[in-house]
Design a protein around this ligand. Structure first.
Ligand code: SF4
Length: 355
């Protein structure tokens, strides 16, 4: 059982981050934000896939202004990702953004920081400080190098600038593309700050390599109870980021999602199992029920695993055996295996819905 580290709770619209609340999955759009139609489409796709918060890059004034229209067309809370420009921060705050990612040390004078803080305070908009190993402040880098300690010092500096103006609606991230540096930086930060932590291994890489890297880095931290919201960064469609994040949390028992068990198959297999597993996985992808489904290759070891799941199927030559709650329910024809399995899954989910 993972014991979560207690932090302050920060609200992004109606989504709580920290304070022991469920870990929030977020991701980022890849569209040009000012292309409103495409951005809205992608936000909605990501929300359907399971993202509870979606971040958008604010690269220019058109992007900042587009937030007003985008906010009217989506319900999932939005975060504006801003580098350097306090003016964009003021525009998006005015336009209804739900959270801003900006490093106050990068926007200039105290007066500018105060303007952003005031705008956010007036509208209950939290700020995420995003420390990145690749862009540490020059003096910090000189003193500490790109190290966990250097990243902690950078976070201290930015947090101090917000606290100076009485702002404490803060989320912190300390991302690095090196798993070991990120893990240690987050460990240090979790001891130092009362604020929720946004976990991420930045520029993790491709769908395959990046998934492994993220699973290791985020997995270690989450297992230690560190982390309140996560973003998996992959060089691919952000829907994949959401799927990986869900799977990662689910593997640690931190997310309610159907679990799919399937065997690797071997020479005993007598039916085309992989397409069936793929179809079942696709079906379960958007469901948030606490249910274990097993798809097994044969009647040798299959029934054992299938019967330990809530719903299972052990396929054979021309037929399959359906198991429900550990007991054989019935035989079904090979051609009907998918439909029959889904029928049982739906009965189980409906029962959960009613209870
Ligand atoms: S369940 Fe059957 S087909 Fe699958 S790996 Fe085990 S023995 Fe092989």
């Amino acid at each position: 059982m993972i014991e979560r580290r207690q932090t302050k709770t920060v609200y992004v619209k109606d989504i709580p981050i920290g304070g022991g609340h469920p870990i929030v999955i977020q991701t980022m759009t890849t569209t040009k934000t000012s292309d409103i139609a495409a951005t809205v489409r992608q936000i909605n796709t990501l929300a359907t896939a399971g993202a509870k918060i979606v971040r958008l890059a604010i690269f220019d004034q058109d992007d900042a202004e587009a937030i007003k229209e985008i906010k009217q067309q989506v319900t999932v809370p939005l975060v504006a990702d801003i580098h350097f420009s306090y003016q964009y921060a003021l525009i998006v705050a005015e336009n209804g953004i739900d959270k801003i990612r900006i490093n106050p040390g990068n926007i200039g004078s105290d007066d500018r920081v105060k303007q952003v803080v005031d705008a956010c305070k007036a509208r209950n908009i939290p700020i995420r400080i995003g420390v990145n190993g690749g862009s540490l402040e020059r003096n910090i880098k000189k003193k500490y190098g790109v190290t966990p300690r250097g990243m902690l010092e950078s976070a201290r500096y930015h947090v101090g600038l917000l606290e100076k103006f009485g702002f404490e609606d803060i989320v912190i991230s300390l991302k690095s593309s090196h798993v070991d540096i990120a893990v240690e930086a987050y460990r240090l930060a979790s001891k130092e700050f009362p604020y929720p932590l946004h976990l991420g291994i930045t520029e993790a890489g491709t769908k395959f390599g990046g998934t492994i890297k993220s699973a290791i880095g985020l997995g270690i931290l989450l297992y230690e109870g560190i982390g309140d919201t996560i973003r998996v960064s992959l060089s691919t469609d952000p829907v994949e980021e959401v799927k990986v994040a869900k799977e990662l949390l689910s593997a640690l028992g931190l997310y309610k999602k159907p679990r799919l068990i399937s065997c690797p198959t071997c020479g005993r297999l007598q039916y085309d199992m992989f397409p069936l597993v793929d179809k079942v996985e696709k079906y379960l992808e958007t469901k948030d029920y606490d249910i274990t489904v097993a798809v097994m290759g044969c009647a040798v070891n299959g029934p054992g695993e299938a019967s330990a799941a809530d719903i299972g199927i052990a396929g054979g030559k021309d037929e399959g055996l359906i198991f429900v709650d550990g007991k054989i329910k019935r035989k079904v024809k090979a051609a009907d295996m998918y439909e029959e399995l889904i029928k049982e899954i739906e009965i189980k989910m409906n029962k959960q819905k009613e209870s």
